[in-house]
Design a protein around this ligand. Structure first.
Ligand code: T46
Length: 186
């Protein structure tokens, strides 16, 4: 298992092995003990799967607030995305900073998004299969968002925001400066 860490403590990229042969490949895409040994201790309670048909779909920036804050282990099994997370923990030395990682069926990378980070992705190809494990159940009352195109975040999306495909909901989220304090750094 390859592990990548960042200057921002918490987020990680884990890349499990792929065993290829003349038939195709096999990969243990999640193994609790192996992921814990790599530094990811988390208990997942729900698996999600979304499909995005075209290039330039942006989903997010989303997060769930306490008491149902979610850690997410995200990966792509078809196509490719630019995956982006933003630190929204007040008091964090990296508050408002973001990380952008390319996830694809090709690179087989998985991105650990801890609670306290808003999450989004933009599809780089058509027909993207996006799978992820979460550490808390879906709680609509706690399901919140942050404006993907907030100029204070400085995220360079690979598509013109005006031409991106988003849900109506995702075009109406508040900017970081207007976001209530839901997470405090500790
Ligand atoms: C997230 C979720 C949604 N839903 C229902 C609610 C809506 O009727 C429908 C679509 O939901 P939404 O438009 O929020 O789906 P995405 O835009 O893909 O949101 C997700 O994508 C971004 C990138 C994230 O990080 C979150 O995990 C998640 O918010 O699925 C459920 O039934 N359970 C769930 O866990």
């Amino acid at each position: 298992m390859q592990v990548e860490t960042f200057d921002i403590m918490g987020p990680m990229v884990l890349t499990p092995k792929k065993f290829g042969d003349q038939r195709g490949f096999f990969s243990e895409v999640y193994n609790k003990a192996a992921f814990a040994e790599a530094g990811l201790e988390a208990d997942f309670v729900q698996d999600n799967h979304s499909f995005s048909a075209t290039r330039g779909v942006i989903r997010g920036l989303h997060f769930q607030t306490p008491p149902h804050a979610q850690g997410k282990l995200v990966r792509v099994t078809r196509g490719a995305v630019l995956d982006v997370i933003v630190d929204i923990r007040h008091g964090s030395p990296s508050f408002g900073q973001h990380l952008a990682v390319e996830l694809s069926a090709e690179n087989w990378r998985q991105f650990w998004v801890p609670p306290g980070f808003a999450h989004a992705f933009c599809t780089l190809t058509e027909n993207v299969e996006f799978l992820y494990k979460v550490t808390d159940v879906y709680a609509p009352d706690c399901d919140k968002g942050l404006a993907f195109d907030d100029p204070d975040l400085g995220i360079s999306w690979p598509v013109d925001p005006a031409e991106a495909t988003l849900s109506d909901k995702d075009r109406k989220h508040p900017r970081l400066k207007d976001l209530p304090v839901w997470f405090s750094y500790s």
